[in-house]
Write a protein of this length. Structure first.
Ligand SMILES: [Zn+2]
Length: 178
């Protein structure tokens, strides 16, 4: 058996893989790869399925993604643009724009205000109402003066948590279907 086609690899070439994507039938377009390299090969060709050219570009170069996003933010909304404080973390703002595939609908479940409320409660975007409710009762226990010996130092935080809960419990993302 011939060896794996990848230069420097000494494993047996047991698996047939097309040399170029979309060119599966032509003669002489196959290479033979070992298990590890055929997996790598398949992962490479499937990874970009369903992405737009912009998303592929962003995925291939995180730095290019950052530059593009910075530019887009700078020019959006007549110079104002989406504000960074709408996001828990500036990197989330980049990720929300460039994360490829099915994750995107998770990001879009919440408005910027709701995302801020999730941040107040220390939760991320792929949470559910049960988790929010549970976190809310934990935080109320932690910050409520009646529950920590009359200590009012956490009152501002308690108010934030209550406001966050009021907003999130009626979030569209948590609405029951039907
Ligand atoms: Zn190999």
């Amino acid at each position: 058996m011939a060896g794996c086609s990848v230069r420097g690899c000494r494993q047996p070439g047991e698996f047939r893989a097309p040399l170029t994507p979309g060119d599966f039938d032509g003669p002489g377009t196959w290479q033979w790869l070992c298990l590890e390299h055929v997996r790598e090969h398949n992962a490479k060709y499937n990874f970009f399925d369903g992405m737009s050219p912009d998303e592929i570009e962003a995925a291939q170069s995180p730095i290019a993604g950052w530059e593009r996003a910075t530019r887009a933010f700078a020019h959006a909304g007549g110079g104002k643009g989406p504000v960074w404080r709408d996001f828990v973390d500036p990197l989330d703002a980049i990720a929300a724009r460039y994360r490829p595939g099915p994750r995107r609908h998770v990001i879009d479940r919440f408005t910027a205000q709701e995302r801020h409320a999730l941040g107040v409660m220390g939760l991320n975007d792929d949470t559910d109402l049960h988790t929010v409710r549970k976190r809310y009762s934990e935080l109320v226990r932690r910050y409520h003066p009646d529950r920590n010996g009359g200590d009012r130092s956490h009152e501002a935080k308690l108010i934030q948590v209550i406001e966050a809960w009021q907003l999130l419990k009626s979030a569209t993302a948590f609405a029951q279907p039907g």
